[in-house]
Design a protein around this ligand. Structure first.
Ligand SMILES: Nc1ncnc2c1ncn2[C@@H]1O[C@H](COP(=O)(O)OP(=O)(O)OP(=O)(O)O)[C@@H](O)[C@H]1O
Ligand SMILES: [Mg+2]
Length: 297
């Protein structure tokens, strides 16, 4: 043991010794989530760095009531995956209300662009995996992770052609308004009868709402399963007008949207590469160390 008075406060280069980064994780903290990213410390490669992120299944433990994050539904995609990481993902689609990224080989990340996107994300979960529909993996405050559909092929093109034909009114020479009985019958006949439990909107007729799974058409935009009035009600302009008239629900929705935007800004740079200063990595074996350094090891 070196006497305290013998320990130099400067290293061989004459610089002040820097304390070694304290990385010890007490056993009790192994399953805690110090950077609050939904990945438990033990699985997290940078457990104390709130700006670094790993992709993977939510492994965060349920927090005690009133303490910490209980699940991904309480956080935004920026916080969960890191805003900077999301920017690096491949964007594979975009609609009026959501932007869609490829998360990995068979998963997509759908993030709301508008309050309407939050509403459209709800039925995605509802349908997930049910009767040959796309699998649902996770829902967050402003996002869903869904199974990735294959691109539309011949089968879907034929299916959409039939659906459009059923919707077309030959005597009037126009498409019928709403969803026609014929179109409903067609969907039923083709095996999508379970979708008829919803108050479907016209998005169901658009080819961009469909993809393929195992060679069969599959609905990729579950937002088509909402009343069209519900979609309109969540337009930001509509929410502002309603809030100004004193509608409490609209005020609440606007407030929620503002909070989401604030959290996105806060975690916008999460996932950026952080350079470790060179000096921190330097270790000099024979040099007596400062008391602080001794303690860390
Ligand atoms: N599960 C998925 N697998 C593969 N691609 C998808 C998936 N979901 C969405 N996409 C792609 O992203 C695009 C936009 O997604 P989606 O239609 O769900 O967004 P939206 O905002 O609801 O659109 P809309 O304006 O029609 O309501 C789709 O046209 C499709 O190309
Ligand atoms: Mg939609």
């Amino acid at each position: 043991m070196t006497e305290a008075w013998l320990k130099p406060s400067r290293n061989i280069w004459g610089r002040k010794s820097k304390p070694v980064r304290k990385v010890s994780l007490r056993v009790g903290r192994l399953f805690a989530d110090d950077d609050r990213d939904g990945v438990a410390n033990v699985f997290d490669c940078r457990p104390k760095n709130p700006r670094h992120q790993d992709f993977g299944k939510w492994k965060g433990r349920s927090a005690k009531p009133g303490q910490g994050i209980r699940g991904p539904e309480e956080i935004t995609a920026a916080r969960r995956f890191g805003g900077a990481n999301i920017k690096r993902l491949k964007q594979i689609g975009s609609g009026r209300d959501r932007v869609v990224y490829q998360l990995d080989k068979n998963k997509v990340l759908k993030i709301a662009k508008t309050p309407g996107g939050l509403t459209q994300n709800i039925p995605e979960q509802d349908l997930g995996g049910y009767l040959g529909h796309l699998e649902h993996f996770e829902s967050g405050k402003d996002y869903v992770v869904m199974e990735k559909a294959e691109p539309r092929g011949k089968a879907t093109k034929k299916f959409i052609r039939g659906l459009k034909k059923a919707q077309y009114d030959t005597s009037a020479g126009t498409f019928r308004s709403g969803i026609s009985e014929k179109a409903r019958d067609y969907l039923e006949k083709k095996g999508y009868g379970d979708l008829m439990d919803y108050e479907i909107n016209k998005d169901i007729l658009h080819k961009t709402s469909w993809g393929e799974k195992e060679g069969e058409p599959v609905l990729t935009d579950a937002g088509a399963l909402l009343r069209s009035q519900d979609l309109k009600n969540f337009r930001i302009k509509h929410l502002r007008e309603s809030a100004a008239k004193g509608d409490q629900a609209a005020r609440h929705d606007l407030q929620e949207w503002r909070e989401i935007q604030a959290e996105r800004r806060r975690f916008g740079r999460k996932g950026e590469k952080i350079e470790t200063p060179r000096e921190e990595k330097v270790e000099v074996a024979d040099e007596p160390r400062s008391e602080k350094e001794e303690r860390v090891e």
